[in-house]
Design a protein around this ligand. Structure first.
Ligand SMILES: *Cc1c(COP(=O)(O)O)cnc(C)c1O
Length: 408
């Protein structure tokens, strides 16, 4: 295949026009939208409007006049088609880790007599830490970590919650959500899914696949900006049964009654804690608008095609110099791909120096995220080319590429 043919693929891509919704600099190929989504063109003007006109001119009246008080629900509703849930099952709140902790604690409290939080060894560290932290408050509960392949058989009558990340942040391996929900439910366990590397890139059917609880990240494929608030999902059938362990006034049935006794809101709002960050919500709102008119089936199809194309291009040009560390079957993974190289960190620094931005995950993985809204075949093509050049000339072997930075 030559560059011209690759451009034909991009021209035929149904999602191609969506790329124009983003600020993408010439000379930079951005393959890290799975870690920090690119900036939507609409974000800066929208933030300016919220800051200058709403906050600046309308001041506190904006809570009513511009409906700020309802933004956690209003903006969450935009996620409904993206994750396959009902609008009233979604809420924007806090950060991913805080939401994970809240839902995990709520789930454990709803499962008296069951003592294990079942998760996998390779889960994202913050998920493991949240479970460990909860165990310090609930000495009767312990996290139980097992290897991935042992998960189905480890679900038993003692499992309070099955707590997994849908798409693995390193390998990109994707769990069979529906099958695991079914196994968990057969044993009376609840399920909590971390969707950080799924939402906005792969097709999700939270309702249809029987999910109980889920949390996702606002700043990755959802383009909400650095440190954007997270979203949480609580199945309608559980909303009356679960309570947030961080009970605060925004989750009260009537926050402005200023009652002394906590009484949870009857609906999803009970999972709010304090006053939402309106500026952060405004940025996430613009981020979610980049999905306007896009069918998730198209997102998933493009993500699969692009990652398949990239794997082929890398293997074709790099031979045995780097090994695929993600599943080859696109249905078995998410929208990012990892390759292993003993000097992975330096290799990624050399790529970044050439304007090809991915990231590194220990022990030896170079990671490339393909955001189906704005990445194209030409991006994948140039990235594979640059990687081949860096490996064959050992361009990575320079002192400046071996210097570790705080954020990898
Ligand atoms: C990125 C990511 C998070 C992020 O958590 P924050 O609280 O937003 O820092 C959590 N879980 C997984 C699996 C992630 O990939």
């Amino acid at each position: 295949m030559n560059l011209e043919q690759v451009r034909t693929l991009d021209a035929a891509d149904r999602l191609r026009p969506v790329r124009d919704r983003f600020v993408l600099r010439d000379g930079v190929i951005y393959l890290d939208g799975n870690s920090l989504g690119a900036l939507p063109k609409a974000t800066a003007p929208h933030l300016a409007e919220v800051v200058e006109r709403q906050w600046g001119e309308d001041l506190i009246t904006s809570w009513n006049k511009h409906g700020w008080i309802d933004w956690p629900q209003r903006i969450a509703a935009k996620l409904a088609p993206i994750v396959g849930a009902k609008p009233n099952e979604l809420l924007i709140a806090d950060s991913t880790t805080v939401c994970l902790f809240k839902l995990l604690a709520a789930a454990v409290a709803a499962q008296p007599g069951r003592s294990s939080i079942l998760t996998e060894e390779a889960n994202f560290p913050t998920d493991l830490y949240a479970a460990q932290g909860l165990a310090t408050l609930r000495p009767d509960v312990r996290p139980r970590t097992v290897p991935r392949e042992d998960i189905p058989s480890a679900i038993d009558q003692d499992t309070a919650v099955l707590f997994l990340t849908h798409v693995d942040y390193r390998s990109g391996l994707r769990h069979d959500m529906a099958a695991l929900n079914e196994t968990a439910h057969a044993m009376g366990a609840l399920t909590l899914w971390d969707l950080s590397h799924s939402a906005g890139a792969v097709e999700l059917e939270l309702n249809r696949s029987g999910c109980d609880l889920a949390v996702g990240c606002g700043y990755k494929y959802l383009n909400g900006g650095p440190g954007a608030p997270a979203f949480l999902y609580v199945s309608e059938r559980l909303q009356g049964r679960l309570q947030s362990p961080l009970s605060g006034w925004m989750g009260h049935a009537a926050p402005f009654a200023f009652a002394g006794k906590y009484e949870p809101a009857p609906d999803i709002r009970r999972f709010l804690t304090g006053t939402p960050s309106i500026l952060a919500l405004a940025a996430l709102d613009a981020g979610l608008d980049t999905f306007g008119g896009v069918a998730v089936a198209d997102l998933e199809a493009k993500s699969q095609e692009l990652t398949r194309f990239f794997i082929e291009a890398v293997e074709d040009r790099c031979g045995s110099e780097t090994q695929l560390a993600s599943p080859r079957d696109p249905k078995a993974r998410g929208s990012h791909v990892c390759f292993a190289h003993p000097q992975g960190y330096a290799v990624m620094q050399a790529l970044i120096a050439r304007g090809i931005v991915g990231d590194f995950r220990p022990p030896d993985l170079i990671r490339f995220g393909f955001a189906p809204l704005y990445n194209g075949y030409e991006d994948a093509w140039h990235a594979a080319d640059a990687l081949a050049a860096i490996l064959s000339t050992r361009e990575w072997d320079r002192p400046r590429f071996l210097e570790w930075q705080k954020v990898t």
